[in-house]
Ligand binder design. Structure first.
Ligand code: PNS
Length: 172
C-alpha cells in the first residue's frame, strides 16, 4: 500500500507515538511523520528539537520520513500527493475530537481517508502533556519515552538524572 501521513505536535514523541509509527510502517510503503508548527501553542520543545527527537527515535527504520508543516493538514497531504492520515486512538475521550477532525479533513478534501490504529493497552494512559508534567514536577518517565527523549526532557526541565518519582518526598 501507498504512503500515509502521521501528523501531530509530538511535544515530545512518546512510546505510544512510536508504537503507532512502527505498526503503520508495516502496513504502508512509506510513512511521513508530519510535525505541526503551531504558532498558537507554546511547546516545550522547538520544532527543530521535536523533529530531531523523532529522527533519533526512528533511526534504522527505512520507510519513515520526518517533516514539518504549518497551516492546514490537507494542504500538506496535497503537497505530498498523499490521501491517508494515520491517527492513534487511546480512549473514548479521544474519539470526539478525532471524529470531528477526520470529518472536517474529508470535508476539505473528499479524497482523504483517516485510518485509526488502537493504542496498545500499555500506552493507553500515555500522553506528551502528562510526560511533560512529570518532568516539570521533578519526576521520571523512563520507558514511556525513547531513551534519547528522556535525556532531552531531563535537560529541558533541569531534572536530576538519578531522581525516581516519589523517592524524594519528604516524610512528615
Ligand atoms: O498531536 P496533536 O496536537 O493532537 O495533533 C493535532 C494535529 C496536528 C493532527 C492537528 O492539530 C492538525 O491537523 N492541525 C493542522 C491544522 C488543520 O488542518 N486543522 C484541521 C482543520 S479544522
Amino acid at each position: 500500500m501507498k504512503q500515509a501521513i502521521y501528523p501531530g505536535s509530538f511535544d515530545p514523541i512518546t512510546m505510544g507515538h512510536l508504537n503507532i509509527i512502527m505498526r503503520s510502517s508495516k502496513i504502508f510503503e512509506k510513512i511521513i511523520v508530519a510535525v505541526l508548527r503551531n504558532p498558537q501553542k507554546q511547546p516545550m520543545f522547538t520544532l527543530e528539537e521535536r523533529v530531531e527527537m523523532i529522527r533519533h527515535s526512528i533511526e534504522g527504520i527505512p520507510n519513515i520520513e520526518v517533516e514539518s508543516f504549518s497551516g492546514l493538514l490537507v494542504k500538506f497531504l496535497e503537497q505530498k500527493k498523499a490521501s491517508i492520515i494515520i491517527k492513534g486512538l487511546r480512549a473514548i475521550s479521544d474519539f470526539d475530537f478525532e471524529f470531528q477532525m477526520a470529518l472536517m479533513n474529508r470535508k476539505l478534501d473528499s479524497e482523504i481517508e483517516t485510518i485509526f490504529l488502537m493504542t496498545e493497552d500499555r500506552y493507553a494512559f500515555l500522553s506528551s502533556s502528562k510526560v511533560k508534567e512529570i518532568y516539570l514536577l521533578g519526576g521520571n518517565a523512563k520507558g514511556l519515552v525513547p531513551d534519547y527523549v528522556e535525556l532531552c526532557l531531563r535537560k529541558k526541565s533541569g531534572n536530576q538524572p538519578e531522581f525516581l518519582a516519589g523517592q524524594d518526598v519528604e516524610k512528615e
